[in-house]
Write a protein that binds this ligand. Structure first.
Ligand code: RAT
Ligand code: ZN
Length: 416
């Protein structure tokens, strides 16, 4: 039986040994070739750091983009790690990764040492080692069937990989149908700009086809803060008559990531997106109108977090996950996670890494464990103070549920 004196250590130990499933990343299995990013130059040119570079240096975006990647990485290293103290979440992450590999993280020379180290790694062994260091068993990818670099690799046939799970990403279809329908047409689907019944049935055939190719564990889309459902729009028709029926057919959830304000500063490219408060009644309408569909949801605005918990209390087909992008900072993660536990018990997924570069999972999961330990310990302390009993087995089961069980059940990853 745990006591208020022992619980913190027990929680830390259990968090340390638990193996998580990373429910949303931008990592790729090795069979997808060069799509998977790794190594120091990729870590340094992460768009979270590019945004910080422009705040602390005179370099203009135009000058930066004219550089080759190693020179961009060097500019970021010099600005954010040599000339400034790397205290932001994203910069501290690079320090933590270098430290995890026993590499120095200070001074100009450290960059050369890191480059030499990563150049000497054999990719597949390195992936296994990194997953081990991060304490994750599997990473869920983001796979776009309309990406000209990715689609042909899947079409040619890729071996399944037990470390990586696929996700069918729908942004180009749902958010940019006028620009993308021709790609479906070129692949032999009888579609055009206007969504007739025939076209919607062809989009269903396209999605079902990709479900058979990728075996996605869910479909996903990132949506703007202005997202509305229902509405008279191409997106709403595609959702209702193509995406949701195919999700039901393949018994997979749809993941909605809501609240991006795209390209408020296009000059800084991927770093140029912002966040906005969304109207979550759309989520309410989807959950109520489609009880046979399951919805994973992550919302980008801090102001939407409480509402998301309220809707999750109303709808069992809604599973909140992660503290996404601008929310993935200890102060905000703490607030959101406490709120979720208070309102939902253990029926949510606290975090995903959103890693774009392999080694980021090391620092992102380390941070999650560190932030979560006092929150969970405090949760159990309150329960014990109110007369409840807590054992190590309770703690272990809760952590298992939060970081893999909820996802496994929602996505039917194990035979039911
Ligand atoms: O966090 C990020 O890296 C964002 O740029 C997005 O990729 C976001 O996570 C998404 O999946 O749309
Ligand atoms: Zn993402």
């Amino acid at each position: 039986m745990e006591t208020t004196a022992s619980i913190r250590q027990t929680v830390e130990e259990e968090l340390q040994t638990a193996r998580f499933i990373d429910v949303h990343t931008h990592l790729f299995k090795p069979a997808l070739g060069e799509l998977g990013l790794w190594g120091i130059d990729e870590l340094l040119t992460y768009h979270y750091l590019e945004a910080e570079l422009f705040r602390s240096s005179e370099i203009t975006p135009e000058q930066y983009w004219a550089l080759a990647k190693p020179a961009r990485a060097h500019a970021i290293w010099k600005t954010l790690f040599v000339e400034n103290t790397p205290v932001s979440e994203a910069t501290r992450g690079v320090v933590a990764v270098l430290n995890a590999f026993g590499l120095p993280s200070q001074g100009e020379k450290a960059l050369t040492e890191a480059r030499n180290f990563f150049a000497a790694q054999q990719r597949d062994d390195h992936i296994r080692r990194v997953f081990e260091m991060a304490g994750i068993d599997q990473a869920v990818m983001t796979n776009d069937p309309l990406d000209p670099a990715e689609a042909p690799l899947w079409e040619a046939g890729t071996d399944s990989d037990k470390l990586f799970l696929a996700v069918l990403r729908l942004d180009r279809i749902l958010e940019a149908w006028p620009e993308n329908w021709r790609t479906l047409a070129e692949k032999g689907f009888n579609v055009d700009l206007h969504l007739s019944c025939k076209v919607l049935s062809e989009v269903r055939r396209f999605l079902a086809n990709w479900c058979r190719i990728m075996h996605p564990i869910y479909m996903a889309v990132s949506l703007p803060d202005t997202f509305q459902y229902p509405e008279e729009s191409v997106r709403a028709h595609l959702l209702e008559d193509a995406v949701l029926p195919v999700c039901r057919e393949f018994k997979i959830p749809l993941s909605l990531m809501i609240g991006v304000r795209r390209q408020v500063n296009p000059a800084i490219r991927l770093a140029g997106d912002a966040a906005g408060k969304a109207d979550l009644r759309s989520l309410e309408n989807l959950c109520r109108n489609f009880p046979e569909n399951n919805f994973l949801a992550s919302v980008l605005s801090r102001e939407n977090q409480h509402e998301l918990c309220v809707y999750a209390r109303k709808f069992r087909n809604l599973l909140p996950f992660g503290c996404w992008w601008f929310l993935n900072n200890p102060s905000v993660v703490e607030e959101i996670t406490r709120e979720r536990i208070e309102m939902l018990g253990m029926s949510f997924i606290p975090q995903h890494s959103d890693a774009r570069v392999l080694e980021q999972v090391i620092y992102k999961w380390r941070n999650t464990r560190r932030t979560l330990a006092p929150i969970l310990a405090n949760t159990y302390t309150l329960l014990m103070e109110d007369g409840g009993h807590v054992t190590r087995e309770h703690v272990r089961a809760d952590i298992e549920r939060l970081f893999r069980g909820n996802l496994e059940r929602f996505c039917r990853l194990k035979p039911q």
